[in-house]
Design a protein around this ligand. Structure first.
Ligand SMILES: O=P(O)(O)OC[C@H]1O[C@H](OP(=O)(O)OP(=O)(O)O)[C@H](O)[C@@H]1O
Ligand SMILES: O=c1cc[nH]c(=O)[nH]1
Ligand SMILES: [Mg+2]
Length: 211
């Protein structure tokens, strides 16, 4: 497993505004998309390509095309949905599959309540979107699910991670072809397993409070 933290002043600046508790939902949604597009630039560095022959108005030349099978983007609902537009802006031909997952408030167990993904992911590059990697339980279950469908090359784009959750994933995914791309590794988890300093509940800040 590899971890990449984007090192760019615009990422740091947009993330700072996102963290601010006074930032409203519409701005939060906009900034989430912008941040994902910046992270997606890093995350797609190893997207599979092949040479293609094209004609320019002047001559013929060999360019670069995306290789089949088409990459699959998987937002983890709810909060990951806020990252989808930002990702498909950069990779418009990608297909999209969905995982609905909820972290139980008390047990912190990741519960999968919805799934709409291709049956066979053999040979597909998969890009998982979830803004928060806290205990790592949600991402671990999502990755397990994708491996079970045959995926072998998974890149997760998150905004924030807690060191505790990252370490858990590192231990479990050693030697696996999994990359985590992040805007920041924060300080720690608090007693409710929220990321500190964090940005609060990403799903609630994007879409409103459910409980
Ligand atoms: O690393 P973990 O400890 O598993 O926590 C992270 C998960 O918690 C949040 O989802 P939440 O359960 O709040 O669902 P939501 O996106 O619908 O708000 C977040 O979007 C991650 O999916
Ligand atoms: O800090 C956190 C932890 C889990 N889920 C969130 O949305 N935020
Ligand atoms: Mg939530």
């Amino acid at each position: 497993m590899r971890v990449l933290v984007a090192d760019h002043p615009l990422v740091a600046h947009k993330l700072t505004v996102l963290r601010d508790k006074n930032t409203t939902s519409p701005i939060f949604r906009l900034l989430t998309e912008e941040l994902v597009t910046l992270l997606a630039y890093e995350a797609t560095r190893d997207v599979r390509v092949e040479p293609v022959n094209i004609e320019t108005p002047v001559t013929t030349t060999v360019g670069t095309g995306l290789r089949k099978p088409t990459p699959l983007v998987v937002p983890i609902l709810r909060a990951g949905l806020g990252m989808l537009e930002g990702m498909t802006r950069l990779l418009p031909t990608a297909e999209v599959g969905f995982l609905g997952m909820e972290r139980h408030e008390q047990t912190l167990e990741a519960i999968t309540y919805a799934e709409r993904l291709p049956d066979d992911l053999t040979g597909r590059q998969v890009y998982v979107l979830d803004p928060m990697l806290a205990t790592g339980g949600t991402l671990r279950e999502a990755i397990k699910f994708l491996f079970a469908r045959g995926a072998a090359d998974i890149t997760c784009i998150c905004l924030l991670a807690a060191p505790e959750g990252l370490q858990k994933l590192r231990d479990e995914l050693e030697g696996k072809n999994v990359t985590i791309v992040l805007a920041s590794i924060d300080e720690k988890l608090d007693e409710n397993a929220y990321i500190v300093p964090g940005l609060g509940d990403a799903g609630d800040r994007l879409y409103g409070v459910v409980h």
